[in-house]
Design a protein around this ligand. Structure first.
Ligand SMILES: Nc1nc2c(ncn2[C@@H]2O[C@H](COP(=O)(O)OP(=O)(O)OP(=O)(O)O)[C@@H](O)[C@H]2O)c(=O)[nH]1
Ligand SMILES: [Zn+2]
Length: 341
């Protein structure tokens, strides 16, 4: 039997093996060889959350096409290559989880960085300040975080005593997809388990498998909650390296973006130019020096990333140029040879 143009959604990815949710259930699927001819870079490979077209041939499913993504969260490929790797697609919320238990589990700078990555995804960023039971000043940290991530909803939670779990559940209605990002140990898996309720056992099994092979596994999952919402858990999202555009900084640092229209020069870099509105507000104390430094730092980091991206594109173009000139030479020499006769 041969069926074509079935539609499914990828719910699990391990290297190049996929599991796809179709109308009839979850099934294994492979990439159709032909798809490699149309894929130009790593970011176009199907990932968890992608809607795909499938062919069924003798009981095996083949992924033939990835449908256009509404949103996507990416990171930089590990190592020195500047390449975008999409980790999850068609997500509605990027939930940035931070811990209120002190140490490295919360910092304004980390929040700025992760908010920038979240804005770049096209999904709605959401901040979860977890472990409220371990901090008497949770509401104060929330207040502070609101100034660091303007325009982003912030939920204070504790899996320990149940604080905020209902508030979080309100976002996760039928069909919505959320991914948790944040440093290790802030409670991402614990939160997932709390949201899953009935299916705790199942997650634990999966988590154990995941934990055992943390360094070797690359399995990403999409879990369905009772409400019909989904949560994506991916090792790739645990150590998210910034992959964003400079313009995403305007969302993260919206007050700086707004103020910069009052700078004397329209291309003001806010680094000591005369008539700089940012500098003026910095002196008045409206913008903190730490936030200003963080802004410049992230801006430089993203500019660097963009330069490397551009260089890479140039290299690709140069390669095409080389191939083209080789082809021209070949054609020319053919013509010359023809002339000889
Ligand atoms: N007191 C308290 N402890 C919590 C809370 N949430 C999680 N924990 C504990 O924090 C520890 C780390 O939680 P995990 O869920 O493994 O953290 P994670 O973010 O998934 O960490 P990685 O899997 O390494 O990325 C565990 O011992 C949890 O029991 C909370 O709200 N309150
Ligand atoms: Zn300026």
């Amino acid at each position: 039997m041969y069926l074509s143009n079935l539609i499914g959604r990828i719910v699990e990815k391990q290297y190049n093996t996929y599991k796809v949710q179709t109308e009839t259930g979850v099934e294994k699927a492979h990439l159709k060889g032909k798809i490699f001819q149309t894929i130009k870079n790593k970011s176009e490979f199907p990932c968890v959350g992608d809607w795909v077209e499938l062919n069924e041939c003798d009981g095996t499913l083949q992924i033939t096409r990835v449908l256009e993504r509404r949103t996507q969260i990416s990171r930089q490929t590990a190592g020195n290559v500047t390449e975008e790797q999409v980790i999850a697609a068609n997500i509605d919320y990027v939930a940035i989880v931070l811990g209120l238990d002190g140490g490295r589990n919360y910092s304004d700078r980390l929040l700025e960085r992760l908010t920038t990555v979240a804005w770049n995804s096209g999904a709605t960023p959401l901040v979860i300040l977890n472990k409220a039971d371990l901090n008497d000043e949770a509401e104060y940290v929330k207040f502070q975080a609101e100034t660091i991530a303007p325009g982003v909803d912030i939920i204070v939670t504790s899996v320990e005593d149940g604080t905020g779990i209902n508030a979080l559940t309100n976002y996760l209605s039928k069909g919505k997809v959320a991914v948790f990002i944040g440093p290790s140990g802030v409670g991402k898996s614990t939160l997932t388990n709390a949201l899953l309720k009935k299916d705790v056992q199942k997650t634990n099994e999966i988590r154990r498998k995941d934990k055992r092979g943390r360094h070797t596994t690359s399995t990403s999952f999409m879990f369905e909650l009772e409400s019909g919402a989904y949560i994506i858990d991916s090792p790739g999202l645990r150590e998210v390296q910034a992959w964003a555009e400079e313009q995403n900084l305007d969302d993260t640092f919206s007050e700086i973006a707004e103020l910069s229209q009052y700078c004397r020069f329209s291309d003001c870099k806010h680094e000591g130019e005369p008539g700089c509105a940012i500098q003026a507000e910095l002196e008045r104390g409206y913008i903190s020096p730490e936030r200003y430094d963080s802004y410049l730092h992230l801006k430089k980091e993203l500019a660097f990333l963009n330069r490397r991206k551009a260089e890479k594109n140039n290299n690709v173009e140069r390669q095409y140029d080389k191939q083209f000139s080789k082809m021209v030479k070949r054609e020319m020499s053919k013509k010359l040879e023809l002339k000889k006769y």
